[in-house]
Structures are given as C-alpha cells and as structure tokens.
Design a protein around this ligand. Sequence first.
Ligand code: ZN
Length: 254
Amino acid sequence: MTESQTYKNVIAGAEQQGDDNKNYKESNLADVIRFKMKREGKRFWAGDNISEYLHESDKEHLINEATVAFERVLDTLLIDRENDPNSKGTAKRLAKMYFNEIMSGRYESPPDATAFPNDSEDRYEGMLVVRSELRSMCSHHHQPVVGVAYIGIIAAQKLIGLSKYTRIAQWCARRGTLQEELCNDIAREIQKATGATDLGVYIQAIHGCCENRGIMAKSSLTQTTVLKGAFKDDHGTKKEFFDNIKMQQEYASK
Ligand SMILES: [Zn+2]
C-alpha cells in the first residue's frame, strides 16, 4: 500500500469515528497521528516537540507499535532474537528507550518554569550564566551527542528557578538534533520562559557519529554559539559572557 492510500484509509477511519486518537483500530496509531500532523501543517522533524498531538495513554501504544517495528529491523539484520538471550527483549528495550529517554523531549510537554517577578527597585540587573549538562542524539545517525551548554542572560522583568534552565536545555536536547539547531532551540525556549531579550547560548559537545563511525575522530569537540541582543551587539557583554564561561570551565568538576 502506498503512503497516500494508507492516509486515505486513516481519513476514512477518522471521519467515521470522530477523528480521535482512540479510533485507530484499522491502522497504526502512529499513522493516525502522522496524518493529523500533516493535515494541520504541523512539522514533525526529529528535533520537533509533538506533545500536543499525544494523549496520555498514546505513548504506551506507540511503544508497542515501535517494538514490532524494531523486531522487524532485528530480523532483517539476521539477529536471532528468539535464541540469543542478549537480543530477546532488545526490540522492546529500544522502543522504550526512544520514547522515554533519548527522544523524550519530542513527546513531553515543556517543563513547568514558574517565573518570579524581578521588577523591584533593587532588581537583579547583572548577567546570569548557567552550566547545563546535555545528552542528545544526532538526527543523521542516531549516535549520542554529549556536552555542556552555557546559558547566559541579562534578566528581564522575571526570573525562573536555576534548575529550570537545565530542565529546558535537556528537554530541547532529548530529541534528534543538529548541534546548530539545538543551540537555537535552547535560546528560543529560554527567551520564552524568561522574557529576556539579551541572551547567549554556547554549546561544546562530542559527537558519537564522528567518533564511532565515519572519520572515527578521537575528541570531535564541536562548538556552537547563539547570541541575541546585547550579547551580540555589545562587545563588553559578549566578552563578559565568554569570560564567565572560562571561569565556569575552571571551576566545574572535571
Ligand atoms: Zn551524525
């Protein structure tokens, strides 16, 4: 069956039954959700969050569907998943790992970042720099990307809890990404949560796809920077941000 025929069936099923994720008996739930996103022009690339298209119980169903698909992949790789004790539960483990861990940032809604007012006379006006450990995965090869993001802002009218910077960064990272896009995503989400217009994000990361395959480069350190507002336009602010990062690197536990 071609993809468009599959979608025709999904449309027919959805129209009959009120177009709800629960009504997917005729097709895979993944097909129903994909169809909805296509119809509504929602982008669903590896780095995109699609949590608004999932109901509470959908993840469990999708894990079951992905398990069957991974079983097929293992069969095609000619791995004996019936007798090899190490490969017996691998399809299910892979499915759970993708949904609950390495790509969880696609399926979970944004972290709750309560904002506190920063508008009194003695409001904090300095620069704030937070170091956030990152675990991500490259969209091209599904290999790990391991690194650190330094997030700097000059606080606007509100502040968020310090741990929220890292929660937001990790939520952006737990998807399939390109480091350049990840840097942009973190900057955008921090901007949304804090209202700050002066901010910078600097990421240093090592890429499994350069170390474990391909060029097999040892220590494939990649650096990306996104600067907005004063971080971009004011030389002093930019310098202060990178000086802070150097200090962070000196003090961070090795
Ligand atoms: Zn890659």
